[in-house]
Design a protein around this ligand. Structure first.
Ligand code: ZN
Length: 117
């Protein structure tokens, strides 16, 4: 199966669950991007505040404002459904991506030819 839906991914090319794993990787990439942007944004705000003579501590508010985006991105990663059993792949408390499905034991990246990258 090779559709235009995941042809742009540099990681996953072929496999039964290739598209699903690409989706999970993209969710993780969005999460990382949101977190990194939040840090850069608060540093930028701190610089601007310092430049105009205000206390940098208000830059913390910028970080707080980014929190809903961070929670949303993190939720999306945790809400990812297992390609085989269609139940949630990881528990809500999971830190990082587990090596196999919480319910059916499907290994991470199993069913995609990029396994072992
Ligand atoms: Zn499963």
């Amino acid at each position: 199966m090779s559709g235009p839906n995941y042809a742009y991914s540099p990681f996953v090319r072929k496999g039964v669950y290739a598209r699903e794993w690409t989706d999970l990787r993209q969710r993780c990439a969005v999460e990382a991007l949101v977190m990194i942007s939040a840090i850069f944004l608060s540093v930028a705000v701190a610089f601007v505040l310092a430049h105009f003579g205000y206390s940098e501590k208000w830059a913390f508010c910028a970080l707080l404002l980014c929190m809903p985006a961070g929670i949303w991105a993190s939720f999306r990663v945790r809400a990812f459904r297992c390609p085989r059993c269609e139940r949630r792949y990881m528990s809500w408390a999971a830190r990082g991506i587990p090596s196999k499905c919480h319910h059916c034991g499907l290994g991470y990246l199993e069913g995609s030819e990029s396994k072992g990258d």
